[in-house]
Ligand binder design. Structure first.
Ligand code: UGY
Ligand code: MN
Length: 260
């Protein structure tokens, strides 16, 4: 799967775009409008920045293609910054301080604040694609987060809010040391949320498979694999899957904290 246009040659489509940007509300960003960003520390990588505080998010999301020899060896994250990486496709070594975690498609690593994440492509010369996240950690007294790494193929699938055709996977532990979680929701064709949610938490969501129709702030819009969606606090949201394969997306959600 390629995330970016090749950005050479004649325009593919300059008459219409499915991109919708409503700051502090929601954004839909399909792959065909994505551009490369240069970010210190990332070598031989195509980095696209998605949600940021400029859009209304308290976190930053990226999609990154690591080319042959590509990676971030200087370190991503920092003292008060927690980070998360998920391998969409390919093979990488992700490190939490000095400990290495070989990851393939579906593999992920969470580094709590104070633990540095490093990334290196190990896909035999072929590119690897990653979904990357960072956020300022909201510390509370008496609790700590810790390094987590696994592969979603090993995680339990739970019926989402009692529905047998919508599956939820929680990628991180639910304990109070964690101020956010990453989830995957998978809808069988025709399945939907049970209601239109309205909640204080924010989401950054990357569609991993299939197609669906998403309600964002009471507008229904078609979405598909590769699309990225930002949902700000309180934006009404719901979806249903269409077509023949599961409609699934990985998304972040802040949790376990009171509001200041
Ligand atoms: O966990 C959630 O809030 C999730 N159900 N939201 C969403 O899928 N838009
Ligand atoms: Mn939600």
């Amino acid at each position: 799967m390629g995330y970016l246009n090749n950005q050479t040659g004649y325009p593919q489509d300059i008459l219409a775009s499915r991109s919708i940007i409503k700051r502090d509300n929601y954004a839909l960003i399909p792959t065909d409008g994505l551009v490369r960003n240069i970010i210190p520390g990332f070598e031989n990588c195509d980095v696209t920045i998605l949600s940021t505080p400029k859009l209304g998010a308290t976190f930053v999301d990226y999609v990154v293609t690591l080319h042959d020899g590509g990676g971030n060896r200087e370190g991503f994250g920092g003292e008060e910054i927690e980070t998360f990486v998920y391998v969409i496709e390919g093979k990488i070594t992700a490190s939490a301080d000095s400990k290495d975690y070989p990851l393939t498609s579906g593999g992920y690593l969470f580094c709590p604040a104070g633990v540095t994440m490093r990334l290196e492509n190990t896909n035999g010369g072929k590119p690897s694609q990653l979904f990357l996240y960072k956020r300022r950690y909201q510390r509370i007294k008496g609790y700590e987060a810790h390094v987590v790494s696994d592969n979603v193929s090993r995680l339990e699938k739970i019926d989402y809010e009692g529905m047998t055709d919508v599956a939820l996977q929680d990628l991180l532990p639910k304990d109070l040391g964690f101020d956010m979680n990453i989830h995957i929701l998978s809808f069988k064709p025709g399945a939907s949320h049970g209601y239109i949610e309205t909640h204080v938490q924010e989401h950054g969501a990357l569609i991993l498979s299939g197609q669906g129709v998403y309600n964002l702030d009471n507008e229904w819009m078609p979405v598909k694999k590769g699309d990225y969606i930002f949902m700000a606090a309180y934006v009404p949201q719901a979806a249903y899957g269409v077509g023949h394969e599961a409609f699934s997306y990985i998304y972040s959600k802040d949790c376990n904290r009171d509001v200041d």
